[in-house]
Design a protein around this ligand. Structure first.
Ligand code: SF4
Length: 339
């Protein structure tokens, strides 16, 4: 029995009953892959249902307002994914004209779709013979084949892709792709892999030779995490609060934000007089933000310029916010409809 046959047989017996596995609808499968990038299954599943309910078809999503998509995306973080998803839906709707592409190259041309997502959608939705190498697959393959070099270098990525290709079955690859990921999620886990329950342990290089699975995959130097303090002020006047929309690139691109301590200083307030609350720590991929929040209720409204604008406080929940701001506003602003 081949690697793939053993793997798929195990998968069909042990797979989790996830909603995107109940069909081969390319739109829904692509949607699930976009939502699950950098998101755990438990966290992403409710969003998958919400998006399908609000936008049951590709054209529904393509024709939706971006703000509405971002609003629905709140809580998932990495908002560039939501923007890319929306742009990709528009592209498919406009250019593919009601047909689906079955090859990973076509999906790779879409915004927000990298080699992994392209391979995953092509193989899972259409059975195309394509590799999909994500973190789980890298772990399984580097251990199974005993790949000794860092996997986070271009040479490592190329080597893993070739190894993934070497075990592809002939014919429909959908179950094979999902089985490999599922093995990484359930059995070949980062810590304490369950080698005794692994369907391919009899031929696994690590399990048989070194017994040291946790040493793999090897990584090169980790990226340093930078620490930063950010101060945000809830400026209130006559039932409204000051907000602005962040630029379309960079951290929290296109989401709403509150004025910083520098902004309110420019409007004539001394931030040293603000009673700052205990910081809220928020971790981004390469940054550790300590967010300090304070309040200011000026007697006269400050002279603001774009991009700042006054928003009725009761309407704050209509805007898309970064997760830590949304959580703070939920506790500190006079509305209660924020999700
Ligand atoms: Fe991973 Fe162990 Fe299976 Fe090898 S035998 S693939 S290390 S779970």
């Amino acid at each position: 029995m081949s690697f793939s046959q053993k793997l798929v047989r195990w998968y069909l017996q042990h797979r989790r009953p996830l909603p995107w596995r109940e069909h081969r609808n390319p739109y829904a499968i692509w949607l699930s892959e976009m939502i699950l990038q950098q998101t755990r299954v438990e966290q992403g599943t409710p969003y998958y249902h919400q998006f399908l309910e609000r936008y049951p078809t590709l054209s529904d999503l393509a024709e939706a307002e971006l703000d509405e998509v971002l609003h629905l995306w709140q809580g998932l973080g990495y908002y560039s994914r939501a923007r890319n998803m929306h742009r990709a839906a528009q592209h498919m709707h406009r250019e593919w004209k009601g047909t689906w592409k079955t090859q990973p190259e076509d999906w790779l041309a879409l915004p927000g779709v990298g080699p992994y997502t392209a391979g995953a959608v092509a193989s899972i939705a259409f059975g195309t013979r394509a590799v999909a190498v994500d973190g789980n697959v890298i772990r399984v393959l580097s251990r199974y084949f005993g790949y000794p070099d860092p996997v986070d270098r271009p040479s490592g990525a190329r080597a893993l892709a070739l190894l993934a290709e070497s075990i592809l079955p002939e014919g429909d690859c959908g179950n094979h792709t999902q089985a490999l990921m599922e093995l990484g999620s359930l059995v070949c886990t980062p810590k304490k892999p369950l080698c005794s329950a692994c369907p391919v342990s009899d031929s696994c290089q690590v399990a048989f030779k070194t017994k040291d699975a946790e040493e793999l995959p090897k990584k090169s130097n980790k990226t340093k995490v930078q620490a930063a303090d950010w101060r945000r002020v809830l400026v209130r006047h006559a039932g409204s609060v000051l907000v602005y929309r962040r630029p379309e690139s960079g951290i929290w691109a296109g989401l709403h934000d509150l004025p910083s301590s520098d902004d309110v200083r420019n409007w004539g307030m001394n931030p040293d007089n603000v009673k700052w609350q205990e910081p809220v720590v928020h971790l981004l991929s390469h940054r550790r933000l300590a967010l300090y929040f304070g309040h200011w209720e000026p007697a006269n409204p400050p002279a603001i310029k774009a991009p700042f604008q006054w928003i009725n406080e009761a309407d704050l929940d209509q805007l898309a916010w970064p997760a830590p701001l949304r959580r703070w506003l939920k506790k500190n602003a006079t509305f209660d409809q924020v999700k």
